[in-house]
Design a protein around this ligand. Structure first.
Ligand code: 1DF
Ligand code: MN
Length: 350
């Protein structure tokens, strides 16, 4: 089912914005962590599975994560993806000790920048950072932009810690100052949250990812991050990790909780949750080829803030491209969804 149309035939380029890669050296590091003392249970469940399973899905994913060249481009051609915005796969460097995380983020960013230089019209890449060392993360944002990368990838919690903690805010400060967005991508729930998910197989992309990452985004909003950094832009996948559907209740209960002075950790912030969602977030449909969910989210946060992602190679489902092409939606909004919102969010120039 090779897509034979061109961007000119369609009226839009298809830009996929949550696509993953992994240098082969990442798996060497992961093997050591998995074999080490008391590895993180979510990491064991996720990467421990993909790196050891003989299933067709696992083998496909491990093989294509490592390619940033002909094999990936062939899959893009086959599916009709004009351009991928690629990030180091979850949990990236965030499962590592701080010093290794800082140095491996640089290695991964150098590799990704090389691939982007080789295929500038087909590939863009996000900057991996180590939140374990916020000052180095801020420096790496600047260095990564200098390499031609666009945007920053953070794979949700880092050893159970969330970016709502002000110790991480240098990262927000750097992203805002450099006018580059932060993609808050899922990770498995941390050690102290995962047990009820794990015992029934719901810890991964099926559900645990969304619960963990949606909560992380909420913590960032309720901690006042966007009051302190009002121009900061973040991106969340999987139809906003369900936050759009929660939005009315979040607004109501947040206000009620603040007014009743219930928690020292929930202080007044300047705006409603729904306002932060529409002013400070882009939402991608990664993994969700649902016209109803996409339109609901466009309606809630604006047609200029919802954009396309495939989640290659984890959801290498090329039939979904045709489903999304066929959405009953004004042509200019479909172009926003597939192309121009991504160009604006990531400041793409090719
Ligand atoms: C999976 C899905 C893994 C997504 C991912 O990274 C990922 C999965 C490790 O299916 O296990 O990025 N995803 O975003 O849906
Ligand atoms: Mn993903």
């Amino acid at each position: 089912m090779t897509d034979k149309t061109t961007a000119a035939d369609r009226g839009y380029r298809r830009i996929a914005t949550e696509e993953a890669f992994a240098p082969s050296e990442l798996f060497d590091i992961y093997r050591k962590i998995l074999a080490g003392p008391n590895p993180d249970p979510g990491f064991v469940s996720l990467m421990g599975f993909y790196m050891s399973s003989d299933s067709a899905r696992a083998k496909h994913i491990i093989e294509y994560l490592q390619d940033l060249d002909a094999k990936r481009i062939a899959h893009m051609d086959e599916a009709g993806i004009d351009h991928q915005v690629i990030a180091l796969t979850s949990p990236g460097v965030q499962i590592m000790d701080a010093d290794l995380a800082v140095s491996f983020a640089r290695t991964a960013n150098d590799q990704l920048a090389d691939a982007v230089r080789k295929h500038p019209t087909r590939l863009s890449g996000m900057i991996a950072v180590a939140p374990q060392n916020p000052a180095e993360a801020a420096k790496e944002i600047q260095r990564g932009l200098g390499l031609g990368l666009k945007g920053v990838i953070v794979n949700s919690h880092t050893h159970g810690e969330y970016l709502s903690d002000p110790k991480f805010w240098e990262i927000f400060e750097a992203a805002e100052a450099h006018d580059t967005p932060i993609y808050l991508h899922p990770n498995t729930p941390p050690r102290n949250m995962i047990q009820p998910f794990l015992e029934c197989g719901l810890d991964g992309a099926i559900y645990g990812f969304g619960v963990e990452t949606g909560m992380h985004a909420l913590r960032i909003m309720t901690a006042g991050v966007f009051d302190r950094f009002p121009k900061l832009q973040m991106i969340i996948g999987h139809m906003g990790e369900a936050l759009p559907f929660w939005s009315y209740r979040l607004d109501y209960m947040h206000r009620a909780t603040v007014l009743s002075d219930r928690y020292p950790s929930m202080r007044p912030v300047k705006r409603k949750i729904s306002e932060y969602l529409s002013d400070n977030f882009y939402i991608t449909n990664s993994g969700v080829a649902s016209e109803a969910a996409i339109k609901f989210t466009q309606n809630l946060i604006g047609v200029d803030r919802v954009m396309y992602a495939m989640d290659y190679p984890y959801q290498h489902a090329i039939e979904e491209v045709a489903i999304l092409d066929a959405m009953d939606m004004p042509a200019q909004d479909k172009k926003r969804f597939f192309q121009t919102n991504a160009e604006e969010a990531f400041r793409l120039t090719t």
